[in-house]
Write a protein of this length. Structure first.
Lengths: 304, 240
């Protein structure tokens, strides 16, 4: 369990992160969403004790990161796959990290196998593709077989196959009971991978909860109906308490009734339906809607 | 011990650090050969200190190594995985200093021993007296101190290139100019005074009033400690 309380970070006159409190539960993938510059990476660096908090704090199973003597045994992280020395060999890179936490050298081969980099263990990292560096970074995060894993945009720069691999890999890690905290701007990815969501905009909390709750609370589902007896149906629906809008002369958008209810209502009123389709906002729509709100709010605030 | 092991693995798994160490050693040995060849017909008793001028240049490379060992971590952002693996930043810095100090000290002593062999082979009569022995120890200490200053500057600047330039220009250019212009400053020049540890007490430059090998060495290490303390304070306080 990773918990942050009132996290705040100020760079000069810019408030990068403001009063962020959330928790990352064990055995689940928690997605960390926000547009570029929202403060995701800063938050992750504060969790890892790399950036000093200006207010608030972080507890990992009740302890501060700075208090861990061998942190890699409890917390694995991949902030940026480019954080490697180009002329160092992959195995040496991992070996140095392992040695710092008293992890046996044999573990280096194990994690290289896990991410499929065994054959290039003795190649210099500078020659690696971005996808290979991502895998190397993952291997580093897994060195200590930690209960908590923190990944900043792990799918960044991967080809579709690599993204698919990464998604399965992270879900597998969560299924083993680990707490996974992963940021991404690939919103569609997040909906396939994450169960919980922390959404921030301009350093402020927008939403914290499950993915389903996020979509439900941020957007309304609606039902599109087409019928030759449009006015009759509209009257019946309005009588049943639905909110209606008419995007074009031949169809209705209905909010407040399920497609089942609308179908029954049409049947009892002997109204012919040509279309009856429930519509659901995608995670992407929900995300754009709430972050847009945050930006407008910020712009309004700045102009006062 | 884990921190020291990690830094040792990092030091020897990068080519540039090994090249710097080798270059320092080779340069001292090469200079010993050239100088010995030059002075062999002077018809006097020769000492190790007569042919060890290359060590003065080698220590620049050791100082550069000190800058590299921390500056490169910032340049390639590996400082973040490093501090993630060990959040005790002062311990990380201390481990770096131990590793770089032991390494340059071993190379410094080794290159002086090889220079002794060269002197024995090429110069006659060649003796190693107490002053020479002190100079061998002094070379190791000067190398350690210069590497410590390098680590300090690297930690302050958080990048290698500017740190290396500052180190080289300070020792090779600034001290010479400042010392010549203002003779009262000569006792306060860290590189010139520290280098007294590795030379026979000569007075080849009458303008420069320098400290004794012991006094110069102590003063030099005080300067190194101050720079290192500033670097450690900043590395610990700043965002990585």
């Amino acid at each position: 369990m990773i918990e942050t309380r009132g996290l705040r970070k100020v760079y000069g006159s810019t408030v990068a992160v403001d009063d962020l409190s959330f928790s990352v539960a064990d055995g689940r993938v928690t997605g960390f969403l926000g547009p570029n510059g929202a403060g995701k990476s800063t938050t992750m660096r504060m969790i890892l004790g790399l950036d000093r908090c200006d207010a608030g704090g972080v507890r990992i199973d009740g302890r501060r990161y700075e208090d861990f003597k061998q942190p890699l045994l409890d917390v694995g992280s991949l902030l940026d796959a480019a954080y490697v020395h180009p002329t160092r060999k992959a195995a040496d890179h991992l070996w140095a990290m392992a040695a710092a936490n008293g992890i046996p050298k044999s573990r280096v081969g194990t994690v290289l196998d896990l991410v499929g980099l065994r054959e290039v263990a003795n190649k210099r990292v500078g020659a690696f593709s971005l996808g290979m560096k991502q895998r190397l970074g993952l291997a580093g995060a897994l060195l200590g077989d930690p209960k908590h894993l923190i990944f900043d945009e792990p799918a960044n720069g991967l080809d579709p196959e690599g993204v698919h691999w990464m998604r399965r890999f992270l879900k597998g890690l969560a299924a083993e009971g680990r707490a996974i905290f992963v940021s991404s701007h690939l919103l569609s990815e997040m909906s396939l991978m994450a169960e919980d969501l922390v959404v921030i905009g301009r350093g402020r909390m927008i939403f914290s909860g499950t993915v389903d709750d996020f979509v439900n609370s941020s957007t309304h589902g609606w039902v599109t109906v087409r019928t030759p007896q449009l006015d009759e149906l509209a009257a019946a629906l309005a009588a049943a308490g639905a909110q209606l809008s008419r995007p074009d002369p031949a169809s209705l958008q209905v909010v407040g009734l399920t497609s089942d209810q609308i179908g029954e209502l049409a049947f009892t009123n002997r109204i012919l339906l040509h279309e009856l389709s429930p519509q659901r906002a995608s995670l992407e729509d929900a995300f754009l809607q709430v972050t847009q709100g945050a930006q407008e709010y910020r712009a309004g605030e700045a102009s006062q | 011990m884990n921190a020291i092991r990690a830094e040792w693995i990092k030091l020897r798994s990068v080519r540039s650090t090994l090249i710097l160490l080798a270059a320092g050693g080779v340069m001292t040995v090469l200079f010993a050969v050239l100088i010995a060849n030059d002075i062999s017909d002077e018809g006097r008793t020769f000492h190790l200190t007569d042919i060890s001028a290359g060590a003065t240049i080698a220590v620049y490379l050791f100082g550069t190594l000190g800058v590299q060992i921390i500056g490169q971590e910032y340049r390639f952002n590996t400082i973040r995985p490093t501090f993630s693996a060990n959040p005790n930043r002062l311990q990380v810095l201390a481990a770096k200093i131990v590793v770089v100090s032991v390494t340059v000290a071993i190379v410094a002593v080794a290159m002086q021993l090889v220079a002794t062999l060269i002197g024995t082979a090429m110069l006659d009569p060649f003796t190693v007296d107490g002053v020479d022995q002190r100079a061998i120890l002094g070379t190791a200490l000067f190398a350690i101190g210069w590497a410590m200053i390098g680590v300090g500057i690297g930690a302050i600047l958080r990048q290698p290139v500017a740190g290396i330039v500052i180190l080289l220009v300070e020792g090779a250019v600034v001290e010479g100019i400042v010392g010549s212009l203002f003779s009262w400053t000569t006792k306060w020049l860290p590189f010139a005074n520290g280098s007294q540890m590795m030379v026979r007490n000569d007075s080849s430059n009458e303008d420069f009033v320098l400290r004794s090998p012991l006094g110069g060495g102590i003063y030099f290490f005080v300067v190194a400690a101050v720079i290192l303390a500033l670097g450690a304070y900043l590395a610990n306080r700043r965002d990585a």
